[in-house]
Design a protein around this ligand. Structure first.
Ligand code: NAD
Length: 374
């Protein structure tokens, strides 16, 4: 807490990860939080997302260099985890992604930095507006269709022209959660004949409500849902059964978007070499699970692999391609989280008994006590 102003100082750092264009907080959200905190922004932090320094100054922030921010801030904000030399001061709270990075966790613990890793936001109705995984998955779902459409040699919509009639492409989303449903909606808008599949039965109605066809598989593939809306992990036999059941359907699709995930586990394998042999040359798979091992056997993160004339893309940076709106949504999530943590008074209060703060503090030394900066 800054002793002169008695206001919490929140520092916004620029992203350093190659290809990361998003920014964690945008000027309009700083303006809305200004009565509760003071803001320091690293010069150029929002440039790649279309938010310039002067907009941050107009919103009430002060531009500073990263060292200044690391030394003076009570709370440091970033999208990606900080670099090794970007260590906030002891007692500081870091809000960023990176919850699965144990080296980062050790580094921060040694420096007595409290890491509120955004992956740990609970999946509850109350916390939904703070959930960056959902907001960014939505963008990834939309962008995956555009990436897939660009890699296809056929059009998605039906076209009836004097030169003849082009049939619409057939598309399927495997995994109909946040990203998959957005992919379905986007492919529908582009005119494809759209299908969806998920092991959670609850997804059927959501897929159908978007005007897409839900694929039913006859085999017992271990459908089910656990707390938080996540899918139950299948056994390896159930996964194998599912792969065979899906393969005949995938053989009829031109665009396949895969989004299937099991939290904290490798992504389920839905497409193997046998399925690739059955699929049509020229078809495209966009595998949004590339970072956790991929839903397709040959997926390589951020590469395009071609097998039997089928292109398999494994993009991991799709939200960053749409950096302005991705940052707007990310920032909206962070503003809601900060509003929650700062309360009415602007007093930073991490109460371990609060369901949101408690989940964010889980696994840290501070988990059992309340952390209050005043
Ligand atoms: P996710 O990223 O964990 O997984 C993506 C999808 O893959 C899920 O729908 C999952 O059921 C599916 N999947 C897993 N294994 C599969 C397999 N073998 N084959 C096919 N599909 C498989 O999930 P998500 O997209 O973050 O969300 C899933 C559900 O949780 C949705 O209903 C969503 O609305 C809900 N949700 C709720 C909140 C909240 O309440 N705050 C936040 C996020 C998500």
């Amino acid at each position: 807490m800054n002793s002169h102003t008695q206001q919490v100082v929140i520092g916004l750092l620029a992203e350093r990860t190659t290809g990361e264009r998003r920014v964690a907080l945008i000027p309009s959200d700083i303006k809305r939080l200004l009565s509760k905190a003071k803001f320091l922004v690293e010069s150029g932090a929002g440039h790649e997302a279309g938010f310039e320094d002067n907009a941050y100054v107009d919103a009430g922030a002060r531009i500073a260099d990263s060292q200044d921010i690391l030394e003076k801030s009570d709370v440091v904000l970033k999208v990606r985890p900080p670099a090794v030399d970007e260590v906030p001061r002891a007692g500081c709270i870091l809000v960023s992604l990176g919850g699965h990075d144990s080296d980062l966790g050790d580094r921060l613990r040694k420096r007595s930095v409290i890491h509120l890793a955004l992956e740990r936001i609970p999946r509850t109705t109350r916390a939904q507006a703070m959930d960056v995984l959902s907001s960014q998955a939505s963008i990834a779902g939309y962008a995956s269709v555009l990436e897939g459409a660009r890699a296809l040699r056929v059009l998605l919509p039906m076209l009836t022209t004097a030169a003849g009639t082009i049939r619409p492409a057939r598309m399927i989303a495997l995994g109909a959660g946040v990203a998959g449903l957005q992919a379905i909606a986007s492919a529908r808008r582009l005119g494809a004949v759209v299908h969806g599949f998920d092991v959670r039965e609850a997804a059927r109605e959501q897929v159908e409500s978007l005007g897409a066809k839900f694929l039913s598989v006859a085999a017992d593939v271990g459908s089910g849902e656990i707390a938080g809306g996540y899918a139950r992990e299948q056994s390896s036999d159930q996964q194998a059964l599912l792969r065979r059941a899906l393969s005949t359907h995938l053989a009829t699709m031109q665009l396949v978007i895969t989004t299937a995930q099991i939290p904290g586990r490798p992504a389920p394998l839905l497409i193997d070499h046998e399925t690739l042999r059955m699929m049509q040359p020229g078809s495209v798979i966009v595998d949004l699970a590339a970072e956790t091992g991929g839903n397709c056997e040959v997926t390589r993160p951020d590469q395009m692999v071609t097998v039997n004339g089928i292109r398999i893309l494994g993009p991991t940076d799709l939200p960053s391609l749409m950096a302005t709106d991705a940052s707007r949504m990310f920032s909206g999530n962070i503003r809601t989280l900060l509003t929650h943590l700062l309360g009415e008074s602007g007093r930073l209060n991490l109460d371990a008994s609060d369901p949101i703060s408690g989940a964010l503090l889980a696994g840290q030394n501070v988990a059992r006590e309340s952390v209050a900066a005043a």
